[in-house]
Design a protein around this ligand. Structure first.
Ligand SMILES: [Mg+2]
Length: 121
């Protein structure tokens, strides 16, 4: 059973954060998530490692999607779509940090292109 007031986050190692706590609060935006990861895991010389991990985690995401393993069904984030989406996001952010890329800016720029391309508005 997952506690309502306790979030378990994985940043290479297990970190527990209370909802509304400083660490989690800072990680709720893309920019905040990038800054949080940069504080705990920033090694520009390991950019290839981050990329290989991103591909590895994408494969793990593929497996749990195929098995449709969900947090709400298992009661644990381990081995679920939620965990693997988190892992993929983590390595996307870590890679962006290596190249000093602001993902929020990228999102805004690319979203403008997609709006026109896919006639979203
Ligand atoms: Mg994983």
């Amino acid at each position: 059973m997952i506690s309502d007031d306790l979030h378990v986050l994985y940043f290479g190692k297990r970190i527990y954060c209370r909802e509304g706590g400083k660490a989690l609060k800072e990680a709720v935006t893309l920019r905040g998530l990038q800054q949080y990861i940069k504080q705990t895991d920033h090694h520009p010389d390991r950019k290839h490692h981050y990329f290989y991990k991103l591909i590895e985690e994408t494969g793990e995401l593929s497996e749990v999607l195929r098995k449709n393993r969900r947090l709400k069904d298992t009661g644990t984030i381990k081995g679920t779509i939620e965990e693997e989406l988190y892992d993929v996001l983590y390595y996307v952010a870590a890679l962006a940090n290596v190249y000093d890329i602001d993902l929020e800016q990228c999102f805004a720029l690319k979203e403008e292109i997609n709006k026109r391309k896919w006639k979203k508005e």
